[in-house]
Design a protein. Structure first.
Lengths: 120, 120
DNA sequence: AGAAAATATGCCGATATGGGAATATGTCAA
DNA sequence: TTGACATATTCCCATATCGGCATATTTTCT
């Protein structure tokens, strides 16, 4: 079996850096496709394809008006990813304090050693 | 060009659900491969392959002891994903309050209507 | 009607994937 | 040394990917 389709969930859709760029750009306000093309300097078909993927997983929504399509990011769809990563917050916090403590212990020890050296 | 390799960054590595399961399992404490196999009910080669990917992107670390390999998740490597998603927190918060406000306005209106109906 | 503008879709090729099964590698113990 | 145990690697296959390019679709304007 190949890798899961990019349209299977937010995790897969968001793995592509260009798609993250698009979501960032569309977060503050809706934009027509042309604006994305101009801003990200990507070929228009490429942008349309990425938007299709994002649309399929619900990461963006469209509002069509005349010949333009205004896309906006649906932040809600990013929540699952955020929540999954949040589980690990406590762990990297703990790891950081451990590292910090160790560093402090070591600097204590080395200053003690230095002191001892100075003393001897 | 095909999709970026799963080993290119945490975003890609974490797109695979089994790998997320492994990271969850290994977060509280290090475990030998056999424990993962038993817990997740996956074929051993499959687990080893997933661990290889996770190792390549720094999402896990190993400690070898005899014929066993103890893996633990390196929560730090999940931080980039967490931070990227955090940017959107304000947006889904805003969207939620908007939805809430609209719901309140609508329930106000309907209760008023009801009241009016009762009155008339 | 016909052309231009904005966006979407189709086809191609190169490539990496994850699963399955078999096998390799490394380590301990009798 | 030989065998059992724990883990890693290899090979094969079916499939979805992204990029590039060409083209289709829809809408608006003259």
């Amino acid at each position: 079996m190949p890798r899961a389709p990019t349209t299977s969930d937010s995790f897969n859709a968001v793995a592509e850096p260009r798609r993250r760029d698009i979501l960032n750009f569309l977060a503050p306000a809706e934009r027509p496709v042309g604006d994305i093309v101009e801003r990200l300097r990507l070929p228009q078909p490429s942008v349309s394809k990425h938007l299709r993927v994002l649309l399929d997983v619900g990461l963006v929504e469209v509002r069509r008006e005349g010949r333009q399509a205004f896309y906006r990011t649906n932040a809600e769809a990013i929540k699952p990813v955020h929540e999954w990563t949040s589980q690990f917050e406590r762990y990297w916090r703990r790891q950081l304090t451990r590292v910090k403590e160790r560093a402090e212990r070591e600097s204590d020890r080395s200053s003690t050693t230095t002191t001892q050296r100075r003393q001897s």
